[in-house]
Design a protein around this ligand. Structure first.
Ligand code: 6PG
Length: 256
């Protein structure tokens, strides 16, 4: 049994960013009110850029108590922070100095992937309380690859460590992106209070249809491994990404 799932489809990528910004702002307000801090885990890739820019621009920026926001990452490529492929570098190019440096929990891509994975697991343990190995994350933003990957959980046999470890070193070919990576595991992501899949573009339509159909194979469609026990999963889709969904949000008859 897993937590509730909500699916929203909007027409354009700007509307997607607006809807996502509202969700992030509400999650931040609730977390800061309840616990004095907002543990926000960022996705890499290109899709979230418009959302991140919206969060830092103008009036929206004033809606956040940035000093109480803690930034984490769902995954990182094994490249230095200043390299083009760095998820950290891409996001901090937008967030800049809004978040206090001590609140930025960076995956150290300059290390070897196993060392970076161990280092991030140690950072997560430091953030946790009551002897936990990781904190309960308030919101995890996830992207979706056209192959159904999310974070750096890629198609193929599921490693036993995905259910027990906090982080994993991963090697995967996807587009022209760096091959060596570090990722949060489903164990950490599924413990989150809220998960937001932010998906745009026709290239993702088949993966979206497969994942929102009855029972997707989690080896073939890794995003299906994201099944939080009681956290809320929200899918925010633009119209092209939802193109192969049936009217009810399930898989369109012709999707394969
Ligand atoms: C990464 C991301 C990855 C990304 C998807 C979608 O490090 O590449 O974390 O999981 O979210 O590949 O990427 P786009 O948004 O660029 O399509």
């Amino acid at each position: 049994m897993s937590g509730p799932r909500e699916i929203s489809i909007v027409e354009t990528s700007e509307q997607l960013a607006a809807a996502a910004a509202e969700l992030v702002r509400a999650a931040a307000a609730a977390a800061i009110r309840a616990r004095g801090r907002f543990l926000l885990t960022l996705a890499g890739g290109a899709t979230p850029d418009r959302l991140y820019r919206r969060l830092v621009d103008g009036a929206q920026a004033d809606l956040f108590e940035w000093a109480r926001v803690v930034l984490l990452w769902g995954d990182e490529r094994a490249v230095p922070p200043e390299a083009d492929g760095s998820n950290y570098g891409r996001a901090m190019g937008i967030f800049g100095s809004l978040v206090p440096p001590e609140n930025v929990v960076r995956m150290r891509g300059e290390l070897t992937p196993p060392a970076a994975a161990a280092d991030y697991a140690a950072q997560l343990a430091q953030l946790a309380a009551d002897g936990r190995r990781w904190p309960r994350l308030d919101l995890v933003i996830l992207g979706l690859g056209s192959d159904g990957h999310t974070a750096s959980l890629f198609p193929g046999p599921i490693a036993a460590a995905e259910a027990s470890a906090a982080t994993l070193a991963v090697t995967a070919d996807y587009e022209d992106r760096p091959v060596d990576r570090v990722t949060l595991t489903p164990a950490v992501i599924n413990d989150a209070r809220q998960i937001l899949f932010l998906v745009a573009g026709q290239a993702k339509a088949q993966a979206v249809a497969a994942l929102l159909s009855g029972n997707p194979d989690p080896e073939r469609w890794p995003a299906a491994r994201i099944q939080p026990a009681d956290g809320v999963v929200t899918w925010l889709l633009d119209r092209p990404a939802a193109a192969r969904l049936g009217v009810g949000g399930g898989q369109a008859p012709d999707a394969s």
